[in-house]
Design a protein around this ligand. Structure first.
Ligand SMILES: C[S@@+](CC[C@H](N)C(=O)[O-])C[C@H]1O[C@@H](n2cnc3c(N)ncnc32)[C@H](O)[C@@H]1O
Length: 199
């Protein structure tokens, strides 16, 4: 599928009515592209299902690396940015269930917990969710409850800082002030998370 993915069960899209249009405008700026190297590092450490859904794909910085590694990637976003499915797709309101795919993304940070919970809701048992998140996602009261219910299996801490670029403009990013990690869940896992330090 990859870049030219034209649709599957997820092809029932949100119609852009007044309220979702407002949502689109509100989130227009919350776009930070992930440095492709971050995905290479993830793939050196984790194997995923053959079919992967990048459910907030932006310009495809994550999805393109997955395609390069042979994954069959469906790519959707609330805002079309020139990559993936052209129709607006609101991941948080989708009604997918039991999908036999893994989900890998860097979600909008202000909805990161919602994205994690939604991703774990839509995938079938045993499938993986990998989210590129700020390290500080580990703290916070509501996240504490979520982590108790859904512990990640592995957290890959990026020791040398990886970059995210606002509006995908990596030329303007010289160094990163933010510490990131890949958080990987396996649906159904109830043990203690393992922390690994990468790069
Ligand atoms: C931090 S950016 C990351 C983009 C891409 N995943 C990457 O790593 O390069 C977050 C993306 O989430 C998208 N987004 C925000 N709310 C969304 C929603 N409800 N459903 C789907 N995508 C959403 C934004 O349009 C933006 O492209």
């Amino acid at each position: 599928m990859g870049k030219d993915w034209t649709g599957n069960a997820k092809s029932i899209y949100t119609t852009l009515g007044a309220s979702s249009h407002a949502l689109t405008e509100r989130q227009a700026d919350d776009y930070y592209a992930t440095e492709p190297k971050a995905v290479e590092i993830l793939l050196e450490n984790e194997k995923f299902a053959p079919q992967v859904w990048e459910c907030a794909c932006g310009e495809g910085h994550i999805a393109k690396v997955l395609v390069k590694h042979g994954y069959d990637v469906s790519a959707t976003d609330l805002i079309y940015r020139g990559y993936g499915e052209k129709e607006s797709y609101d991941f948080l309101t989708c009604d997918e269930q039991n999908i036999e795919e893994d989900i890998i993304t860097n979600p909008p940070y202000k909805y990161a917990q919602e994205f994690v919970e939604k991703a774990l809701e839509v995938i079938a048992n045993g499938h993986k969710v990998a989210m590129f998140l700020k390290l500080q996602f580990l703290e916070g009261k509501s996240r504490k409850s979520m982590f108790a219910k859904f512990p990640p299996k592995t957290i890959y801490v990026s020791s040398s800082r990886l970059k995210c670029a606002i509006n995908g403009d990596f030329e303007k990013v010289t160094s990163s002030a933010v510490a990131y990690a890949w958080f990987v869940w396996v649906k159904g896992f109830t043990g203690n998370p393992i922390i690994k330090w990468v790069n």
